[in-house]
Design a binder for this molecule. Structure first.
Ligand SMILES: Nc1ncnc2c1ncn2[C@@H]1O[C@H](COP(=O)(O)OP(=O)(O)OP(=O)(O)O)[C@@H](O)[C@H]1O
Ligand SMILES: *[C@@H]1O[C@H](CO)[C@@H](O)[C@H](O)[C@H]1NC(C)=O
Length: 371
């Protein structure tokens, strides 16, 4: 009797084992596939650092063109580039600009007139920036030098320049600067792109750019044109594939830790709670501001500003508060004293980890239902 029941049991077990095993195998396989998929998503972001079809230094590729062409010269630009329409004026929004070390001592903040024209070059739309007050030669040359040396997927593409005429030709981005993000994503055409996921990718783009500037081939640069949120956003362009590139490289002083070389963003007093505390005048209201007494600081001012920029980029859509919740700890760390703040690399790693885990979470419940 006992033996029989045992036989029945083991019989049932034998019958049940294959489907259970099979199901387990399926679950395992699905997990494996998903894991592969997400680690690929995660990776493609990382590896895109080296653009597969980018041109070497001094060359560019544009539109349907297959070959890399050398940066356009003065002659080529004068001959082949046609201005269509004024799209931006640096001078208008330059009121609170902190000048670079070159010109700040001699010029008032308003004198930085630069016009940006939507232009046409061989049936391609391009952006032509032109300095209209040539006494800013040094600033112009410096900005151009930076644009040339920092060409990468993080920086607006350079197509040509003409130093004599103070002209720079770059890729045209119809969405304009990052300040326009909410307006663009609220257009009926792009409503479907207005997701926490896409917005989180923009924040990751932004932190990737800061990371690039802090670890550039030329050293550690600080994004100084950043006294308030609007100012920060106006330094970046939103590409039509919803990525971010940095456009304005005029105010990027160099920190050299090993040489003990720190920086100051301009020579005027900074105020408000957007800038990092170490950028404020530390000696109280009774002592008048003096540039010579103002202590210098480093790239950690950029880290301080990351939470505010990310908050703007995440916006108010379904899921953005959940992302904020996950970013809480790293953002608290960004607001600590300079030495305690995480590096851009650490912020970037944390952002990517959180993105991967959120994506996994938002897909896994559905696959569990499927099984
Ligand atoms: N490549 C571009 N494609 C599309 N729009 C552009 C491009 N470059 C500039 N613009 C538009 O022109 C505006 C002015 O750009 P510009 O670079 O002259 O100002 P800026 O140098 O950033 O001024 P500031 O230094 O005061 O911030 C930008 O905010 C943007 O709206
Ligand atoms: C930093 O300073 C050191 C020592 O003066 C120097 O050798 C190095 O080239 C500097 N680095 C940069 C990026 O300027």
């Amino acid at each position: 009797m006992k033996k029989k029941s045992y036989d029945i049991k083991s019989g049932i077990m034998q019958k049940l084992t294959p489907p259970v095993l099979f199901l387990l195998l399926v679950v395992l396989l699905v997990n494996l596939v998903l894991y592969q998929f997400f680690s690929n998503v995660y990776f493609s972001y990382d590896q895109a650092n080296i653009e597969p079809n980018s041109c070497s230094h001094g060359y560019f590729r544009l539109g349907i063109l297959k070959n890399c062409l050398p940066w356009l010269s003065c002659e080529a630009m004068k001959r082949e580039v046609r201005k269509l329409k004024l799209v931006g004026e640096g001078a208008v929004k330059r009121g609170s600009r902190q000048l670079t070390s070159f010109s700040s001592s001699i010029l008032s903040p308003q004198q930085q007139p630069c016009e940006v024209f939507l232009s046409e070059w061989k049936e391609n739309k391009v952006a032509l920036s032109q300095l209209t007050k040539p006494q800013l030669e040094e600033d112009f040359i410096h900005g151009l030098q930076m644009l040339k040396s920092l060409q990468s997927k993080y920086v607006v593409k350079l197509f040509g320049y003409c130093e004599e005429e103070f002209m720079v030709l770059t890729e045209y981005h119809p969405f304009g600067s990052l300040n326009n993000l909410n307006d663009i994503l609220n257009l009926p055409k792009y409503k479907n792109s207005n997701t926490w996921y896409n917005r989180f990718l923009l924040a990751i783009d932004y932190v990737s750019i800061i990371h690039y500037l802090h670890n550039s081939p030329l050293g550690t640069f600080v994004m100084c044109d950043s006294s308030d949120l609007d100012k920060v956003l106006s330094q970046y362009l939103l590409t039509s594939s919803f990525h971010v590139v940095v456009n304005d490289l005029d105010a990027l002083p160099l920190v050299n830790k090993s040489a003990g070389q720190l920086i100051k963003c301009g020579h005027q007093e900074l105020q408000g709670n957007f800038v990092a505390p170490e950028q404020l005048w530390p000696y109280g209201k009774t002592t008048p501001f003096a540039d010579s007494l103002m202590p210098p600081y480093d790239e950690m001012t950029d880290i301080w500003k990351i939470p505010d920029v990310s908050n703007f980029l995440l916006g108010e859509v379904d899921g953005s508060d959940l992302v904020r919740f996950h970013l809480f700890d790293i953002h608290v760390a960004c607001k600590k004293s300079p030495a305690e703040r995480p590096s851009a690399q650490m912020v970037l790693d944390t952002y990517r980890k959180i993105l991967a885990s959120l994506v996994r979470e938002s897909v896994m419940p559905r696959t569990k239902d499927m099984l």
